[in-house]
Design a protein around this ligand. Structure first.
Ligand code: OFO
Length: 163
């Protein structure tokens, strides 16, 4: 069964949002490299790959359902932040925005009685719980650390362990 036009358009828009997420986190990686927080930068570069994977899964799903992917321009991300805390607050806010976008897709799949897309989207619903939690945990850690340089260095080491 083919995708409804509205659903196809919304899934294409979600690909754009996922690629924008990758672009935003790549920009954050660059910010962290520029202030020599290599562990933070590595964490963000891993996140870039995850976001591209999120986009890729939707791409494959659209073709599995006989649709066509249409890519749009990617918005330029912000490229500097006042502190690691400000960057991670932005990342957390961005994940909330993406969660809301996924929920709108789920609502549309229900409205259209589109069972396969509803089922496909459940992976994203679960993934967003993790995406929000991991960025929020780092926001909390940075709020706790404040300007304590040794603790920031240790967190940098910790985040650098992400594969
Ligand atoms: Fe694709 O989950 Fe983050 O944005």
């Amino acid at each position: 069964m083919k995708l409804d036009e509205r659903m196809l358009k919304s899934l294409n828009e979600q690909i754009n949002k996922e690629i924008y997420s990758a672009y935003l986190y790549f920009s954050m990686a660059s910010y962290f490299d520029s202030i020599n927080l290599k562990g933070f930068a590595k964490w963000m570069k891993s996140q870039v790959k995850e976001e591209l994977n999120h986009a890729h899964k939707i791409y494959d799903y659209i073709y599995d359902k006989g649709g066509v992917v249409e890519l749009e321009a990617i918005q330029a991300p912000k490229n500097s932040w006042e502190s690691p805390l400000e960057a991670f607050k932005d990342a957390y806010e961005h994940e909330i925005f993406v969660t809301e976008s996924i929920y709108k897709l789920v609502d549309l799949s229900k409205e259209l009685n589109d069972h396969s897309t509803y089922n496909f989207l459940q992976w994203y619903v679960a993934e967003q719980v993790e995406e929000e939690a991991q960025t929020k945990n780092i926001v909390d850690a940075l709020e706790f650390i404040k300007d304590e340089k040794t603790a920031l260095f240790m967190l940098d080491m910790e985040l650098g362990k992400r594969e």
